[in-house]
Design a protein around this ligand. Structure first.
Ligand SMILES: Cc1cc2nc3c(=O)[nH]c(=O)nc-3n(C[C@H](O)[C@H](O)[C@H](O)COP(=O)(O)OP(=O)(O)OC[C@H]3O[C@@H](n4cnc5c(N)ncnc54)[C@H](O)[C@@H]3O)c2cc1C
Length: 488
């Protein structure tokens, strides 16, 4: 690592020094922040950093919950201003864009023309660079794969070999490793993405209550061929027979002709999330109303109320229409809701477990949280399928994401709890997800990813970044062996 002080790095490059936070506000670090707007500017920073042995991390919108786009003491290269849509073909649905373009920019441009991003995260703010680096999945992962399955090609600016065009045909090893490669192999500078044709701005949605986690898992398995999207909300508070009770939201696209007025439903106005909740409360202040409830007592009550009102208002067999944006970006309804967690923020712990083990492992994880006295305030369940990307998190099975409040008093115990959960997960052949991670230990990663996979990734790292210039707090924590050739 460089011996240069962060202030000297910033002064030499004419950059500001700032604190960069993980989305969950539970981790942060100080860095010199560069905001390039072109490939040349990215190349200039990489060349300077290489000459001076200063580590560089790429960053998009900072929507990763933990430290995936932080770089303590080094340079953070924030791509959010490198964000033009270069072209969009209305006939083929092919989009060519710079890495800082967000999902929001994409759908605002594409929906009125009858196209929707085929894979979206639960928030519309991530950038293409971030989406590819984490190879994100949507609520339709078992149907359509991760976002990588829809990337036709990209340009990657590498440290050793300049800008390379990568696709399943050209530089294929880099294509399958940089997607999901958490920013370790180069900077995405241009992405060509295939969007999905839609015939309406709406989905048909049904809500179904499931009395425990076993019912939710069975529902996903028996119903998965009937729906395009499935997502389960889990109340993690009850134990015993009601453990893992929840609500499933199932949705399907409308076929051509099913929507009588597609022009109207595909307008941007029809997709926009409301500015007020319940018609009166400005969304921007909603998180302040949530704050008093962000404790065990309040969240137990809110989860129970949500479950019982869900049982009461189930719509099994009676679909209602919901806009794509409203269904996909539910978590954007209350801006800054993470602030309701208070000073310590939150972590999300998302586990991916093979189908045949999920029945036993996921209830066990909830039980371990109860035993430790730290119950997740939010649980989300999804169905997945494996893919061909080297460092993939996806398995033929289920993921369960659990949100935990972090406080000064519980932080150490919470980290220890996640390490106990890691052990159960690794024994079950499960995976963790870098986009959500803040706690994984290097030894856990060594158990989770096969040695052969890690060896192939390291070989690419040595070819395209032999000095380990590209680093993040996450990479140093989880995969120190990828960067121990270490810059400087
Ligand atoms: C409310 C919420 C809901 C979410 N829901 C989902 C979900 O449903 N499914 C899912 O899969 N994820 C989900 N996520 C996670 C999110 O989609 C990922 O963390 C995504 O990577 C964030 O993109 P970003 O632009 O914010 O990138 P950042 O978080 O800033 O960075 C993510 C990674 O990308 C790298 N990177 C960024 N730009 C570049 C570039 N130009 N070149 C190379 N590497 C780069 C960074 O180094 C880092 O490793 C959710 C996050 C939030 C906050």
């Amino acid at each position: 690592m460089t011996s240069m002080e962060i202030g000297d790095i910033a002064a030499e490059l004419g950059l500001p020094v700032d604190r960069v936070w993980g989305w969950g506000l539970s981790t942060s670090s100080g860095s010199a922040i560069s905001k390039p707007t072109s490939v040349d500017e990215v190349a200039r920073i990489l060349t300077w950093a290489s000459e001076h042995g200063v580590p560089v991390a790429f960053r998009g919108s900072g929507c990763s919950y933990g430290d995936a786009s932080q770089n303590e003491g080094g340079i953070v290269l924030d791509a959010t201003a490198f964000a033009r849509i270069k072209s969009f073909d209305i006939d083929s649905g092919l989009l060519v864009a710079e890495p800082g373009v967000t999902l929001e920019q994409i759908w605002r441009r594409s929906v009125p023309m009858g196209w929707w991003p085929p894979v979206v995260s639960g928030t519309m703010y991530p950038t293409l660079g971030g989406l590819l680096s984490m190879n994100v999945h949507g609520k339709n992962n078992w149907q359509v794969g991760t976002i990588g399955s829809w990337v036709r090609s990209f340009r990657l600016l590498t440290v050793t070999s300049g800008e390379l065009l990568c696709s399943p045909e050209e530089n294929a090893d880099l294509f399958y490793a940089a997607i999901g490669g958490f920013g370790m192999l180069g900077c995405f500078t241009e992405v060509t993405l295939q969007l999905k044709k839609i015939y309406s701005g709406c989905l048909d949605v049904e809500a179904i209550a499931t009395p425990d986690l076993q019912h939710m898992i069975s529902f996903f398995d028996t119903e998965k061929d009937n729906w395009d999207y499935l997502v389960g909300w889990v109340d993690c508070f009850p134990r015993g027979k009601r453990l893992g009770r929840g609500l499933v939201h199932a949705a399907r696209y409308l076929a051509e002709g099913e929507d009588e007025n597609p022009r109207e439903s595909m307008s941007v106005d029809a997709q926009d999330l409301p500015m007020h909740l319940l018609g009166v409360v400005p969304k921007a202040v909603m998180w302040r109303f949530l704050k008093p409830f962000m404790n065990n007592f309040g969240m137990r009550a809110i989860n129970a109320a949500k479950y019982h009102s869900g049982v009461f208002s189930q719509t099994r067999g009676r679909p209602h229409r919901q806009s794509h944006a409203a269904f996909a970006f539910l978590l954007d309804y209350v801006p800054d809701w993470k602030k309701a967690y208070g000073k310590g923020g939150l972590i999300q712990y998302q586990t991916f477990v093979p189908r045949e083990r999920a029945h036993e492992v996921h209830p066990q994880l909830i039980a371990l949280c109860h035993d430790a006295g730290m119950v997740p305030y939010l649980g989300v369940y999804k169905r997945h399928r494996p893919d061909s990307f080297l460092m993939t998190h996806a398995v033929d099975g289920f993921s369960f994401a659990m949100d935990f409040k972090v406080t000064a008093a519980n932080r150490e115990r919470l980290w220890q709890l996640t390490h106990r959960l890691d052990g159960v997960l690794a024994d079950a052949g499960g995976r963790l997800y870098f986009a959500k991670d803040a706690t994984m230990l290097a030894e856990t990663a060594g158990r989770i990813w096969p040695a052969e996979v890690l060896g192939r990734f390291k070989a690419l790292k040595e070819r395209y970044d032999p000095d380990g210039l590209l680093q993040t707090n996450l990479s140093r924590r989880v995969f120190p062996e990828f960067t121990d050739g270490t810059a400087g």
